[in-house]
Write a protein that binds this ligand. Structure first.
Ligand code: ADP
Ligand code: ZN
Length: 217
């Protein structure tokens, strides 16, 4: 099963994709995390992506498509995956459809998480992320038990360099112009599932699991 999580920056894609993937026994593939890991490891891919990410614009399609398709073809993704942050425009969506079709596979569902712009801004500006396990928290909404430390693994929390006001604004613009058209693209083929992304993490997760077929999964 291949499921895409679609939504604006701050909609909760990463958090929900990680927990739903665990529930369904699927691999969680987050394009942004792949770039950040490559950068932490000092790889050329990470250095190439860095300046785009800091500005809040998309990393060029070919770099991104190659990276994600390579990850999807790794043995552990053979049983399916949840894609988070990819595809982010029509060209990436078409490349993905084509690559899966070549293996006799296809996207099953697209979970579109909808959140108001006001809520997105609030979430992104207070977000902190664990350097080790990438789990996010929020300085006022879900503060860590120990300041500066991840509740889950004790790793160091930091503010992503693209969670600055300027960069957040840019990312939301890029989302509207480039990524939002994918809602129609997947809606037309009947794969879109729209989820209200406001409310607690657990509540949103229950909505997603129910929409994906509930207990049957
Ligand atoms: P968010 O969804 O909160 O913006 P991500 O971690 O998904 O966070 O993405 C961070 C940045 O990584 C993006 O602003 C972009 O520069 C780059 N990126 C991630 N995924 C893609 C993609 N599919 N295509 C191009 N750039 C991407
Ligand atoms: Zn952690």
């Amino acid at each position: 099963m291949y499921i895409i999580f679609l939504g604006a920056p701050g909609a909760g894609k990463g958090t929900q994709a990680a927990s739903v993937a665990r529930k369904l026994g699927l691999v969680h593939i987050a394009s942004g995390d792949l770039f950040r890991q490559a950068l932490e490891q000092g790889k050329e891919l990470g250095l190439k992506a860095k300046s785009y990410m800091e500005k809040g614009v998309l990393v060029p399609d070919q770099i991104t498509i190659d990276m994600v398709l390579e990850r999807i073809s790794a043995p552990d993704s053979g049983g399916g995956a949840i894609l988070d942050g990819f595809p982010r425009n029509l060209k990436q969506a078409e490349a993905l459809d084509e690559a899966l079709a070549q293996q006799g596979k296809a996207i099953d569902k697209v979970v579109y998480i909808k959140v108001s712009e006001e809520e997105l801004l609030k979430r992104l500006s207070g977000r902190r992320v664990c350097r080790q396990c990438q789990t996010p928290c929020h300085v006022s909404d879900s503060p860590p038990r120990v300041e500066g430390r991840c509740d889950k693994c004790g790793g160091e929390l930091y503010q992503r360099p693209d969670d600055t006001e300027e960069s957040i604004k840019r990312r939301l613009e890029v989302y509207s112009s480039e990524t939002a058209p994918l809602v129609d693209y997947y809606g037309r083929v009947g794969k879109l599932v729209e989820i209200d992304g406001e409310g607690g993490v657990d509540k949103v997760e229950r909505r997603i699991v129910a929409a994906l077929g509930g207990e049957r999964l």
